[in-house]
Design a protein around this ligand. Structure first.
Ligand SMILES: Cc1cc2nc3c(=O)[nH]c(=O)nc-3n(C[C@H](O)[C@H](O)[C@H](O)COP(=O)(O)OP(=O)(O)OC[C@H]3O[C@@H](n4cnc5c(N)ncnc54)[C@H](O)[C@@H]3O)c2cc1C
Length: 381
């Protein structure tokens, strides 16, 4: 009998299991793949402010340092944001996940890999290990099983707002500015964007995500052709869904909690889910610890999540605003924002994870406020 069974060995589930075992609770992680961190399904772009707030040292996994972004409207108007110092790292996500797994293992967490969740009933967790059925028991169950969470489907069937984008990415060769990521808007990436995230001067992660129902593969090819990327050099291709909706408000039912992508704790503006996911993991493990130690209700997790959910809701409102614009409107918006000084403003004040840190500061920039007023009202409402 375990205190806690965590479904999903991604960064969020691993962090929860490690934190709880370190507090003395016996945990097990169930992972459907054979190896933690593999296959890698991420661009690995992590903000340094977010990492610092969580006490994460990325040096061990760092592949590149990013100083800013060039963002292109559909017809090629450019907004350029750059700082004097690195704002993000591109990391080796597989190694990052493996290192949290090692910490979890060293703290005494049990692991079952090649094993997937089939069903839940009270404290019983029904699993399948390469065709064989297995049953384990745990007081608390955490669904950290990613975008297509089975835990969510079993325990939260009332949650129907499953908004995803489909992302594909490859590593390609070329001649890149290794200090900046590039972001491209256009109908080929409807309701999201395409990206170019350099690992160094010669290699980059080139990708695109768009709404389900769009022809993502064909659109990616169109984008690659239009931007002259070297398709012949592509390797390490990946394809995966990214949650792109509002965060789930109630993440607790009976003895089951949801965290990470499973709970839509992913920024719907950019698709980034590592930093806010790990912040949610802390809220989750603290709530479980308080329940096991002091019988505090598990529902307190929803309250502890509030600061993260506030940011995620803002991301979602921005996403809805951008999705409401046509190509021409995005082009016009870029021109207006450039004139109003958005590049200087974001270069100074921008934050990749927490819009609440810079959106209120727009109020002190009347030019931007006027230009972007509709959007801000939309976001702050
Ligand atoms: C193309 C792409 C690019 C991205 N780029 C970035 C980026 O640059 N920066 C960033 O911060 N985020 C990025 N993300 C998002 C980021 O990868 C996720 O937000 C993050 O991995 C969420 O962590 P998690 O632990 O919640 O879920 P996951 O990392 O998805 O882990 C869930 C785990 O659960 C396992 N699992 C699923 N179902 C079961 C089951 N039934 N039984 C057992 N195990 C199961 C899975 O195998 C997986 O290992 C990107 C995502 C995609 C798709």
């Amino acid at each position: 009998m375990y205190n806690v069974c965590v479904i999903g060995g991604g960064p969020v589930g691993l962090t929860i299991a490690r934190n709880l075992n370190e507090k003395g609770w016996k945990c097990i992680v169930i992972e459907e793949h054979a190896k933690i961190g593999e296959p890698e399904k991420c661009s690995g772009l992590i903000s340094l402010t977010g990492a610092a707030e969580l006490g994460l040292n990325l040096n061990e996994f760092k592949l590149n340092e990013i100083y800013g972004a060039d963002i292109y409207s559909p017809s090629g108007n450019k907004l350029s944001i750059e700082k004097q110092f690195p704002v993000a790292n591109v990391i080796d996500r597989a190694q990052f996940d493996k290192s949290i797994a090692k910490q979890a293992y060293d703290s005494g967490v049990d692991f079952k890999t090649n094993t997937r969740l089939l069903s839940l009933n009270g404290k019983s967790v029904f699993l399948q290990n390469q065709g064989r059925g297995e049953l384990i028991k745990a007081d608390i169950i955490v669904g950290a099983d990613g975008a297509l969470s089975k835990t969510r489907d079993i325990m939260f069937p009332e949650f129907k707002e499953k908004k995803f984008v489909h992302g594909i990415q490859a590593e390609g060769k070329g001649n890149f500015n290794e200090k900046k990521v590039e972001v491209f808007f256009g109908n080929y990436a409807k309701n999201f964007f395409a990206w170019n995230i350099p690992l160094n001067k010669e290699t980059s992660r080139i990708g695109l995500a768009t709404s389900l129902g769009e022809k993502v593969k064909e659109n990616f090819e169109e984008f690659v052709m239009k931007k002259n990327f070297n398709k012949e050099s592509f390797e390490n291709e990946l394809s995966a869904l990214i949650p792109c909706g509002a965060p789930i408000e109630n993440c607790v039912k009976d003895n089951v909690l949801l965290a990470g992508d499973a709970a839509f704790q992913t920024k719907s503006t950019t698709g980034g889910g590592v930093i806010l996911g790990i912040e949610s993991a802390k809220a989750c493990s603290d709530s479980i610890d308080a329940f096991l130690k002091y019988k505090k209700p598990l529902k307190e997790y929803n309250k502890r999540l509030e600061p993260v959910k506030k940011e995620l809701r803002m991301h979602y409102k921005m996403r809805k605003y951008f999705n409401s614009l046509k190509e021409k409107e995005i082009d016009d918006l870029f021109i207006k924002l450039k004139k109003a000084g958005i590049e200087e403003f974001l270069s100074k004040e921008g934050d990749m994870d927490k819009p609440s840190k810079f959106i209120p500061k727009l109020a002190g920039k009347p030019k931007l406020w006027l230009m972007f007023g509709t959007a801000i009202k939309f976001i702050m409402s």
